[in-house]
Design a protein around this ligand. Structure first.
Ligand code: KG4
Ligand code: ZN
Length: 391
């Protein structure tokens, strides 16, 4: 069975084709086009630019993915008038996508794909729609069942993607991992989830303001580092190993760390960094001199809060594992601390961290999530993007 995955929730365009056999999966094609360069001058994602880029890139990427997975051939097709009308209606608000899609469909045979999976939310509305409408158009024209996928569930399931392309990975997820404590950390979300089994999620806590990734991005900007801030702060923090101590002690708060709930708040941390940077300026201390120490302290503060609350959740709910997911899970200092604390404070608990190449947004995780929901497809008429979709 083959599933085509489409991901456009934010600033990565993703197209993947996964093969499934005997409860195993293999990646046949996995293309991710990052729009970082487009958004970098603005210091964050600009929704309408993201939409434009998705519309421009989806079809060339789809063509390439189908070629890589060897599941289609070139052939001339003719649309009927009614087909053209329906396709035009589906793509009414995606003119650029329509201009790319129609010639593509006219020269491509129906591929050997069993399901089309697309991220329906959460995400930025202008970014989500081109992906959703492409999936709807393909499902209609090729008559392939369609599945709308929750992006956050995709992140959780990224833990089970094969390490390398063309390698089979088992999807026999042992019940002994559950209940699991899920830590979803990305640019838009910071959530603690109690996972009873795949498909059964209970939100137990989340950020009340900024997400962890957003905090990395915003504080990086205050330090004069580029977007995305997470990797930039991590790289800067690494420099302190080879530096003499800072000219003054640098300390930031650990927001909500002692509160017994499972919520987070990172907006205050951003303000604390702003005041600290202004204070340094007033004292005549160059930011260049202290930047690595500031970066390390920001990273420590975010990571300690994330890890402390995750460990508390695992302990109080006696979970059998911790499952991390999302872009911020690429942070090595974080995953080391999580492993370390889990070993120290929780017995024999397994900590799952996705392969680094799958921590960020990708369509392979969306196709994989669809595999678990394949019994309940949606119709192309009914599928809509939902920017605020919950798990
Ligand atoms: O999951 P993701 O790719 O997109 C969303 O769904 O939001 O996450 C992107 C976020 C960005 O905020 C980025 O700064 C952060 O993940 N990130 C990191 C690292 N790599 C990416 N944060 C901390 N350390 C990293 N190494
Ligand atoms: Zn994401």
């Amino acid at each position: 069975m083959r599933i085509l995955g489409i991901e456009t929730s934010c600033d990565e365009t993703g197209i993947s084709i996964l093969d499934f056999k005997n409860n195993q999966c293999k990646i046949l094609a996995n293309l991710v086009y990052s729009q970082i360069k487009v958004h970098q001058p603005y210091g964050g994602v600009v929704p309408n630019l993201a939409k434009r880029e998705h519309q421009k890139n989806l079809i060339p990427m789809l063509r390439l993915a189908l070629q890589e997975a060897r599941c289609t051939k070139k052939k001339k097709n003719q649309f009927s008038d009614s087909q053209t009308k329906i396709l035009e209606k589906i793509l009414l608000k995606d003119e650029v996508l329509k201009q790319n899609l129609l010639p593509f469909l006219q020269t491509t045979t129906k591929p050997k794909i069993d399901f089309i999976a697309v991220t329906k939310g959460p995400g930025l509305a202008p970014a989500l729609w081109p992906g959703v409408n492409l999936a709807r158009a393909l499902s209609f024209y090729w008559r392939i069942p369609l599945l709308g996928i929750n992006h956050l569930e995709g992140h959780i399931l990224s833990n089970w993607l094969p390490k390398e392309e063309n390698q089979w990975a088992s999807l026999k997820i042992p019940q002994s991992l559950f209940p699991a404590a899920g830590l979803i950390i990305s640019g838009g979300h910071t959530q603690l989830i109690l996972i009873k089994k795949i498909g059964q999620y209970r939100l137990v806590g989340e950020t009340r303001d900024d997400a962890a990734g957003e905090c990395f991005d915003k504080t990086a900007r205050l330090l004069g580092l580029s977007y995305p801030g997470g990797p930039a702060i991590a790289a800067e923090a690494k420099k302190i190993k080879n530096l003499p101590p800072p000219p003054l002690p640098i300390h930031l708060p650990r927001p909500m760390i002692d509160q017994k709930n499972y919520d987070f708040s990172f907006a205050g941390l951003k303000t604390a960094v702003l005041y600290l940077v202004e204070d340094l300026k007033k004292q005549g201390i160059s930011l260049n001199l202290v930047r690595p120490f500031l970066a390390a302290e920001i990273q420590n503060s975010i990571n300690e809060v994330l890890v402390s609350k995750t460990i508390r959740l695992a302990k109080n709910f006696r979970t059998q594992s911790i499952i991390a997911a999302g872009g911020v899970a690429a942070n090595e200092a974080l995953t080391q601390l999580l492993q370390q604390e889990a070993t120290k404070k929780l017995h024999d608990i397994q900590v799952l961290i996705p392969e680094k190449q799958y921590t960020g947004d990708n369509a392979a995780m969306i196709a994989l999530a669809a595999y678990f929901h394949r019994q309940r497809p949606t119709s192309w008429q009914q599928l809509e993007a939902n920017p605020n979709l919950r798990l």
